[in-house]
Write a protein that binds this ligand. Structure first.
Ligand SMILES: Nc1ncnc2c1ncn2[C@@H]1O[C@H](COP(=O)(O)OP(=O)(O)OP(=O)(O)O)[C@@H](O)[C@H]1O
Ligand SMILES: [Mg+2]
Length: 382
């Protein structure tokens, strides 16, 4: 465990970058430092691997003061990833990733074999191995940066705004990849960002810092969203924190109706037999059970259902793993106000109305779920 005990960093010009910060960073999970520009995130991160020395206070790694450890040993146990990856421009991708193993005296072949293994792990095609950094996209370079930091298999990863320079789509891919890698490797990750959405998505614990290097709140993301410590944290979380909090509630408890679902080859009797008392629309599926679109029952003629005449069903949610937020989004975007729940193969599991989702949300809030949220959140796709 990394323990930061009442650490202050005062730069020679008198700037207090970090002010009596105390944090317990749990092992094998992602702790995010988030806050506005200049609040001391980078300074904090760099004090952990001694690129910056604290003015006061102590940082302990597994109970030992980091100042008592040889700096090289300490840094070898901590991979470091920065924005724009910071790759060596004159070295190939493979040699960039092999840098630390080479420094540690591994042979060339062994280092390169390790580098190839890591390329695969971070989702980089092996064909890129001989290229130079400038021949890669920003997102690919960032993956190389992560692979390089992982090369010597350090228990700790320090990441300073690693995904800030890429567009939102690539960024989401990198975040998902990091969560997947973390699932497999279980590193102790300290991740700096100024993006609260990224913090909420990635963090097991989130430390919100404010200007002046002070800790505003340290909590799991669901708790941050439900109980911000003060007006600063609330403001920093943004206006739609109620909606965002729904990402932590599973949709699995929603009652999905199958009665308003018909297959495209349904007979007139089957269409007529559908119970539409609760649902004014029928959802038509293809022969494989995948959604095609909505229709009013009277507009459906057996044998003549035209998929392109149907109302779009929008984006379905995965009933087993998606959150209530995903289900609500689906219902809001649906022209009928009904959301389509599918299984992991995309086959319709059932449909649910905005109203039922609203009731589930009220139920979830009413139960307070403060105790259960962290565990539940772990199983919900955010
Ligand atoms: N070498 C230095 N000398 C004096 N002040 C510094 C020095 N390095 C950083 N600072 C100041 O310390 C404060 C914290 O800087 P830091 O880089 O830790 O912020 P940050 O939270 O990482 O910001 P950003 O989100 O912009 O990266 C800032 O006010 C910064 O200007
Ligand atoms: Mg910074």
């Amino acid at each position: 465990m990394i323990r930061i005990e009442s650490v202050t960093k005062r730069y020679p010009d008198g700037t207090v970058a970090v002010d009596r910060l105390s944090l317990e960073i749990p092992d094998r999970s992602i702790t995010v430092l988030v806050g506005p520009s200049g609040c001391g995130k980078t300074t904090t991160l760099r004090m952990i691997n001694r690129m910056i020395e604290p003015s006061e206070g102590t940082i302990l790694l597994d109970g030992v003061d980091i100042l008592r450890q040889p700096v090289n040993t300490l840094r070898r146990s901590m991979g470091y990833v920065i924005q724009n990856a910071g790759l060596f421009q004159h070295r190939t991708i493979l040699d960039n990733i092999a840098t630390v193993p080479r420094l540690l005296g591994w042979g060339k072949e062994k280092s390169r074999a390790r580098a190839r293994e890591l390329m695969e792990r971070v989702g980089l095609d092996g064909s890129l191995a001989k290229r130079y950094p400038y021949q890669l996209s920003g997102g690919q370079q960032q993956r190389v940066g992560v692979a390089r930091a992982l090369a010597a298999d350090p228990p700790v990863l320090l990441m300073d705004e690693p995904f800030s320079a890429v567009d939102p789509v690539v960024r989401k891919g990198l975040q998902d990849e990091l969560l997947r890698i973390q699932d497999e490797l279980g590193k102790t990750i300290v991740f700096v960002t100024h993006d609260i959405d990224e913090a909420v998505k990635l963090g097991t614990m989130v430390a919100v810092m404010r200007t002046g290097g002070k800790l505003a709140q340290f909590a799991p993301p669901a708790e941050l969203l439900s109980s911000p410590a003060d007006a600063f944290v609330e403001d920093f979380l943004g206006a739609d924190r109620g909606i965002r909090r729904l990402s932590f509630f599973p949709s699995a408890g929603l009652e999905l109706l199958t009665s308003p679902v018909v297959a495209v080859d349904a007979t007139a009797e089957q269409i007529a037999a559908r119970d539409t008392t609760d649902a004014p629309y029928l959802l038509v599926t293809d022969l494989d059970g995948k959604p095609l679109g909505w229709s009013e029952p009277q507009d459906l003629t057996a044998g003549e259902i035209e998929p392109d005449q149907l109302l779009p069903y929008g984006r379905p949610f995965v009933a087993a793993t998606d959150s209530l937020r995903a289900a609500l989004d689906c219902a809001v975007l649906s022209p009928t106000g009904w959301a389509v729940g599918v299984d992991t193969d995309g086959r319709v599991a059932g449909v649910v109305s905005q109203q039922s989702i609203g009731e589930a949300i009220r139920g979830a809030h009413a139960e307070g779920r403060a105790d259960g949220t962290a565990e539940q959140a772990a199983t919900v796709t955010r």
